[in-house]
Design a protein around this ligand. Structure first.
Ligand code: SF4
Length: 374
């Protein structure tokens, strides 16, 4: 058995699955999100890797309650499915770190939109060290459904290099408080921060699993302009991970969460105009479809694990996947197919779509060598 995958043989077929992944995938019925960016508002200081303006294109300013209404008016017409839940999301800063009155004003206007039925509930992201009993008490009477914690790492050395200003134990305490107060808990982790290694990233993932979040997000570290990391990069003190290395480690992290039935709702920063603007990203493993690249790599590894079980000398192998996953399996520019053929020295390897195959599974048909006739 290969870690994260289950491979079994039935007659002349090999069936390979990703452990813990439901047939429908991890996405489930996701809420429609109306984002309200509060770039670096409420932050006690700037973390080494952060420049929210480069990510969102929004300059730091105190967001007004009327901006919440404007965001709702802008996004609401795009909700096609009237039965889908809609959440106002305060992102890009440290929501619970906002001054008390400002926090109250934003929650009050968001609540008014919940009361009139425009939206279903509120979510926000915040730092672990702003989760206290008194801060949670301050939001208790508002319809907040989900709280996301920017964890980044569970390695205290990595947190110190990133100038986070809190340690891993703080995250453990915060996660427990959020969950026991009845909120849905999201945890965000990063890879490739200064001092981070694949081993410490995997340890972080396992420790996050033990906190039983409702979902996680994984963000590879990018060197954003005007961040402290940009300075370290310029002086050669920090070298970002390559795209290839990052896809490999994020795939392994995905498997850790999948095996624990924890949805990974995002891998990589959302591609948008601000990020794509020249000079926004100085270096780092950015790809506009990063999550897709990770899924494609997972299919490569799943196929590799399955083909390793094929009998030597098999004449022809045919991989079948659900039609939804055909392009992931083949890979960009047929990369996966080419690599598999080269790795296993296979002339006759094909990939086919088959509606009979469960999504996130693959099946390999094995044709035995032809019988030589004299
Ligand atoms: S990473 Fe989060 S807490 Fe740190 S400066 Fe950026 S928005 Fe603030």
């Amino acid at each position: 058995m290969t870690e994260g995958f289950t491979i079994r043989q039935a007659n002349s077929r090999i069936i390979a699955t990703i452990d813990g992944l439901p047939a429908g995938g991890q996405t489930g019925a996701r809420p429609f999100i109306i984002p309200v960016f509060i770039p670096m508002s409420g932050c006690p200081h700037r973390c080494a890797f952060c420049n929210q303006t480069a990510i969102t294109g929004v300059k730091p300013h105190a967001i007004s309650p009327s901006a919440v209404t404007r965001a709702i008016d802008t996004y609401l017409p795009f909700v096609r499915d009237r039965g889908r839940s809609v959440q106002i999301a305060f992102y890009g800063g440290n929501f619970l770190g906002l001054p008390e009155q400002h926090l109250h004003d934003l929650l009050a206007i968001a609540t008014a939109h919940v009361t009139c039925g425009d939206v279903t509930s509120i979510r926000f992201s915040t730092r672990p060290d702003t989760i206290t009993e008194s801060r949670l008490a301050a939001i208790r009477d508002f319809p907040v459904h989900t709280i996301e914690l920017g964890v980044q790492s569970m390695d205290d050395r990595v947190l110190a290099h990133a100038n986070r200003g809190h340690n891993a134990q703080c995250t453990v305490n915060a996660a427990r408080m959020v969950a026991s107060a009845g909120y849905a808990l999201g945890l965000q982790m990063m890879t490739g921060l200064p001092g981070d290694t694949p081993r410490s990233a995997l340890r972080t993932a396992r420790e996050l699993v033990s906190l039983a979040p409702d979902f996680v997000r994984i963000y590879p570290t990018l060197v954003l302009r005007q961040s402290r990391l940009a300075e370290a990069f310029r002086t050669g003190m920090y070298l970002p991970a390559s795209l290839h290395e990052t896809i490999a480690i994020v795939s392994r992290l995905f498997l850790v969460f999948a095996a624990a039935h924890i949805p990974v709702i995002r891998m990589g920063l959302q591609a948008d105009e601000a990020l794509a603007a020249p000079g926004a990203i100085l270096a780092g493993p950015y790809h506009p479809a990063f999550g897709e690249r990770v899924h494609s790599h997972l299919f490569y590894r799943l196929a590799e694990a399955a083909l390793a079980q094929a009998p030597r000398g098999a004449h022809a192998l045919n991989i079948r996947v659900h039609p939804r996953h055909l392009s992931r399996m083949i890979g960009t520019s047929r990369e996966n197919l080419t690599r598999l053929k080269a790795y296993f020295h296979l002339e006759n390897l094909s990939i086919q779509a088959d509606t009979g195959v469960t999504p996130h599974h693959l099946e390999v048909d094995i044709a035995p060598p032809p019988i030589a006739l004299n």
